[in-house]
Design a protein around this ligand. Structure first.
Ligand code: P1T
Length: 377
């Protein structure tokens, strides 16, 4: 079955107890057992919950994975994957990732003995040079946050295979509608379901998808042992969002393509980052590995922080906020918001300038959005 159909049906059969067409919110912490060890598959909701299970099955189907596991946030899902590693192992991570991923590696995982190096995402050949005898995992995000750079997943997968490394890909920005890392050779996919998957800026969640039995067993054990699971209501909200993912992604992209074309020519815009523009460095690989370019645009405004601040204060439809992927348009100032955990030098090294703005293009009318940007300019 095609993606749109699976998004509505997979994992979401009518409720066997009542026939309810929509998977109920099983708001329960525990389950009655007929006798010791005799139950209907559920014992305690940290270990398993039917609403969460429906979400996990649905997400697995969308990412073409055998297994799905849901977490209480994208960061919790990321942490679960890092926990496949042990003290003394080495990870190679893209040098441009969500600030919270970098913070987790630098401030939490390193404390427990994980070693990490960062490869230049503009030059994927730099990746191999960082491999050491204790390297176990490659981590990348594509499109990257916040400069929307595109990394060749198949290329990274070949390196991972050759050196027996786990390739993990954060697919949050593309969503499974536009990109399927497992089909391109990745072993694990991670999502912040907070974003496009849930799609309505009303829930925090994360997910891990894989088809590897051993890794799944280990991740499933961790999910129960560490306990960062989403509640049934949060699981239900993500599940509801998923049903419309395909139509939303198409509409996000249409609006983003329109605004990117407008911004590209604007005199107040110094540089624009959108993988769907032919002028963008990642355009060729994006065309090859994605079926669409998504709804995120970043750009540098002429001037400095003062001009940026003024521009933001004039916007009426774009709300200044962290996050992305909701139906409403947002503007974010990465240096102080999503990438505030990088030092000024670390940001400069990565080309995250003080005049950078990131737009999450929502589903409002594209002309209204353009007018909002125009009056703010
Ligand atoms: O916020 P949370 O659900 O924990 O997800 C973390 C996360 C993981 N991966 C990527 C690519 C992300 O962008 C995020 C969260 N990002 C934002 C909040 C943001 O505004 O970019």
């Amino acid at each position: 079955m095609k993606f749109e159909t699976r998004a509505i049906h997979d994992g979401q059969k009518p409720d066997p107890a009542t026939g309810a067409v929509i998977v109920p919110v099983y708001q329960t912490s525990t389950y009655q057992q007929e006798a010791v060890g005799k139950h209907k598959g559920y014992e305690y909701s940290r270990t398993g919950n039917p609403t969460r299970k429906a979400l996990e099955d649905s997400l697995a189907s969308l990412e073409e994975a055998q297994y799905g596991l849901a977490f209480s946030s994208g960061v919790a899902a990321t942490h679960a994957i890092f926990n496949l590693l042990k003290n003394g192992d080495h990870i190679i991570c893209g040098d441009e990732v969500y600030g919270g991923t970098y913070r987790l590696i630098e401030k939490v995982m390193k404390k427990w003995g994980l070693e990490a190096d960062y490869f230049d995402v503009d030059d994927i050949s730099s990746l191999s040079k960082l491999i050491k005898p204790n390297t176990k995992m490659i981590w990348l995000e594509t499109p990257t946050n916040p400069l929307l750079k595109i990394i060749d997943i198949s290329y990274a997968a070949r390196i991972a295979k050759k050196h027996k490394l786990i390739l993990a890909v954060d697919n949050t920005f593309a969503s499974p509608y536009f990109q399927k890392p497992l089909e391109l050779g990745a072993a694990i996919v991670v999502h912040s379901t907070t974003k496009y998957l849930a799609g309505h800026s009303d829930v925090i969640g994360g997910a891990v998808l894989t088809s590897d039995n051993k890794m799944y067993d280990s991740l499933k054990f961790y999910q129960n042992a560490a306990g960062a699971v989403p509640g049934p209501w949060d699981s239900w909200l993500v599940l509801r969002g998923i049903k419309t993912l395909a139509v939303r992604m198409k509409a996000h992209e249409q609006n983003a393509l329109y605004l990117a074309g407008y911004l590209e020519k604007h005199l107040r815009v110094e540089k624009i980052y959108y993988p769907g523009l032919k002028s963008n460095k990642g355009y060729g690989i994006a065309r090859k590995q994605m079926s669409g370019y998504g709804g995120m645009i970043s750009f540098e405004l002429k001037g400095g922080f003062r001009q940026v601040n003024k521009f933001i204060s004039k916007l009426k439809l774009f709300s200044l906020a962290e996050s992305l992927g909701g139906v409403e348009s947002l503007v974010c100032y990465p240096p102080k918001m999503t990438h505030g955990s990088f030092s000024q030098t670390e940001r400069e090294q990565r080309g995250i300038k003080d005049n950078l703005l990131r737009l999450s293009v929502g589903l409002e009318n594209k002309e209204d959005l353009k007018r909002d940007l125009e009056q703010a300019f």
